[in-house]
Design a protein around this ligand. Structure first.
Ligand SMILES: [Zn+2]
Ligand SMILES: [Zn+2]
Length: 322
């Protein structure tokens, strides 16, 4: 059930996984988008970004244009990182609100401590959360990666040492998290607003690899389905087709057809669901993705799910109201 007047929504700033995929004369991506993973979740005046892939540049520009608070150094943003792979952080150096003095940006993510030796000699901390480490590596002129150091940014950037603070970091939004199956670990986030019949729940589950069996669910798949059980909107990785998965097993990504099976299982908990498949492969153009979307919709229809479940591929700049 979509609520056009809802104050709870998700705006898609990046649909791609692995690498940006801009259009050119041989490759068309303007329909599904070419930027890597970045979502904005809005609840009333509160803002949460999930990941800062290359789509974060446009997100930052929109925040500067739309909110006086960000222009005047009074903006507040929570960023929840699923993990530190480059396609999920690479837009941050171009995120203008982070350069404005006074803006407050709290960056949550993998709290696992990493040592200096893992970050390169130029990072002075001996023991920092991984989420901070990857940002420090990415913005560090000493290692030649980017000419501006993270510590030079004028906004107040905080890296809370634990993910627990995220649960209550945004007034009115309950946030839960779960570690999922991906190289170097990844987190899925669940955002809930309201209670009882007014409850609306969104889950972002990107960069997750299911059990390799594609036509049945294992106990681990069922555990993930339970996590998805109370969600009304699910944004899920579906980077590979079953044919591609034969050579991409272990890369940490999901096959769209298996995502549909897992969400079918999740419908036993609450049948009101919309599934949006994202993290599109950079080699998949619009024509490919349209075909893939039709395949997944036919699968849902063949399994008798289509009355309750809508299945779509994410498109850049989609606004999904909960
Ligand atoms: Zn990714
Ligand atoms: Zn990844």
């Amino acid at each position: 059930m979509e609520n056009e007047n809802s104050e709870f929504s998700l705006i898609v700033y990046g649909t791609r996984g692995s690498l940006p995929a801009p259009s050119n004369r041989d490759f068309d991506s303007h329909e599904f988008g070419g930027s890597t993973t970045c979502y904005l979740i809005k609840y009333k005046d509160h803002l949460i970004a999930v990941d800062t892939g290359s789509g974060a540049m446009r997100l930052g520009d929109d925040l500067m244009r739309q909110y006086e608070a960000f222009r005047t150094g009074n903006g507040k943003l929570v960023i929840a990182h699923t993990h530190g792979h480059w396609d999920h952080i690479q837009g941050f150096p171009f995120f203008v609100p982070a350069y404005i003095k006074g803006n407050q940006i709290a960056i949550y993510g993998n709290p696992k401590k990493v040592m200096t030796s893992q970050l390169g000699d130029s990072v002075k901390h001996s023991d920092v959360p991984l989420v901070r480490g990857v940002h420090e590596i990415q913005m560090n002129p000493e290692n030649g990666v980017f000419p501006v150091a993270l510590k030079w940014l004028q906004s107040q950037i905080a890296f809370p040492e634990s993910l627990d603070g995220l649960r209550t970091a945004v007034p009115g939004v309950e946030i839960a998290y779960k570690k999922v199956n991906h190289p170097q670990e990844c987190y899925s986030y669940k955002f809930t607003v309201g209670e009882g019949k007014d409850r609306r729940t969104l889950v972002v589950l990107t960069d997750h690899e299911h059990d390799p069996e594609l036509d049945r669910l294992t106990d681990y798949d069922k555990e993930i389905a339970e996590w998805l059980g109370d969600a009304h909107v699910i944004v899920m990785d579906g980077q590979y087709t079953p044919e591609e998965y034969a050579r991409t097993k272990g890369f940490g990504h999901c096959v769209g057809q298996k995502a549909v099976l897992m969400v079918e299982e999740a419908m036993h908990y609450d049948a009101d669901k919309k599934l949006y498949i994202g993290h599109h492969d950079p080699r998949h153009d619009d024509e490919f993705l349209r075909r893939y979307e039709t395949d997944l919709q036919e699968q849902a229809r063949d399994r008798g799910l289509d009355k309750n479940l809508s299945v779509c591929l994410l498109k850049e700049l989609d606004e999904i109201k909960l």
